[in-house]
Design a protein around this ligand. Structure first.
Ligand code: SF4
Ligand code: SF4
Length: 333
């Protein structure tokens, strides 16, 4: 029996799916995608899935949709090249800097979406007792957040080493079976017996689902934070982090420090970035980003707590003000 066979075609997942919401097309719905797998036919829907896995949370039959898409998707050269580049954030930084004179539509889209990049931060104290894992996109596009996280962890008396690299979530979502396994295997070796704090919450979720013992920054913060912060935010829930309950921890931290939270409608509705999806399906991505921005605006609060870099970039792309937990706690640490 295949993973697709537990789908009973009830449609409970449809309204949770961002690509269905913006297209109203069965082809671009979880049910339609699963039907194509059952029938053994190729469908463009398999490629237009954002891999947010919101359908999994909505499904009463427990369809393991993420695994199904991972197994079904075939590797594609452009995506493979982009993923390979993100495995090396320092090289990605140099290439992005060098590409400033180029005008291909792909480069333009990357520059519009990631307006500034920094060289990933290197840091190592003697005998470190915490490894800080920023995640590839965080290291490249939010160096200040990495610095704030580092300051916060050090202020609690820990010695830190930063480990720059990639967890392989994009590889996994895009069907790169062998490479995603290799990346997780490498991290398992590197992290063995160490305390690891992960700064990008969707990476934290992926690594945990793949059997790695990592602590999300929100969990580290909850155990160590004290004092009060006078601030009002609305919260965006990154999709994978939400699936394993990390977004509840974020709210616990907010309560502990007294930050006022004004909830938006459907906080876990996809941000529209979808990892590298914004590059490969810009029209659908833009429509999803538009809906997300409307939900934020309706909350009446401009400052959006977002613990995952791709989501933060999507929110900023729509003119909103994303802020990471590490920025709130680390700046004053
Ligand atoms: S994936 Fe789950 S919720 Fe969606 S149609 Fe199939 S059984 Fe229903
Ligand atoms: S993973 Fe997201 S985009 Fe893909 S079918 Fe499920 S809800 Fe839709």
């Amino acid at each position: 029996m295949g993973l697709e066979d537990s789908c009973v075609h009830c449609g409970f997942c449809l309204e949770s799916c961002p690509t269905y919401v913006v297209t109203r097309s069965e082809i671009h719905s979880p049910r339609g995608r699963i039907a194509s797998v059952k029938l053994g036919i190729s469908s463009v829907g398999i490629e237009t899935c954002m891999f947010c896995r919101r359908c999994e949370a909505a499904c009463p039959s427990g369809v393991e949709y993420g695994r199904l898409i991972h197994l079904r998707r075939e590797e594609q050269p452009l995506r493979k090249a982009m993923n390979l580049l993100m495995e090396r954030p320092k090289l990605a930084y140099r290439l992005l800097k060098a590409s400033s004179g180029l005008n291909s539509s792909l480069i333009k889209r990357i520059r519009d979406f990631i307006p500034s990049v920094d060289s990933p931060l290197d840091y190592r104290e003697d005998n470190p007792n915490v490894l800080l894992f920023p995640g590839c996109l965080m290291a490249l596009s939010f160096r200040k957040t990495v610095e704030n996280a580092l300051r916060f962890i050090k202020s609690k008396g820990y010695k830190v080493e930063i480990v720059n690299g990639c967890c392989g979530l994009s590889h996994y979502s895009e069907g790169e079976k062998k490479r995603s396994e290799e990346l997780i295997g490498n991290l398992k070796e590197k992290f063995k017996g160490r305390r690891v704090v992960s700064l990008s919450s969707n990476c934290s979720a992926h690594m945990r689902e793949m059997g790695l013992q990592v602590e999300d920054f929100s969990e580290f913060a909850l155990a160590h934070v004290n004092g009060r912060v006078n601030m009002t935010v609305t919260i965006h829930d990154p999709c994978h982090a939400n699936l394993i309950g990390l977004t509840k921890v974020t709210r616990d931290v907010m309560r502990k420090v007294g930050i006022k939270v004004v909830e938006m409608d459907e906080p876990s509705f996809e941000c529209g970035a979808g990892g590298g999806y914004f590059l490969y399906h810009p029209e659908i991505s833009d429509e999803v980003m538009k809906i997300k921005a409307e939900k934020v605006k309706k909350s009446g609060v401009n400052l959006v707590l977002s613990t995952n870099p791709a989501c933060s970039l999507a929110l900023a792309f729509k003119g909103l003000k994303p802020v990471h937990l590490a920025d709130i706690l680390g700046e004053s640490a």
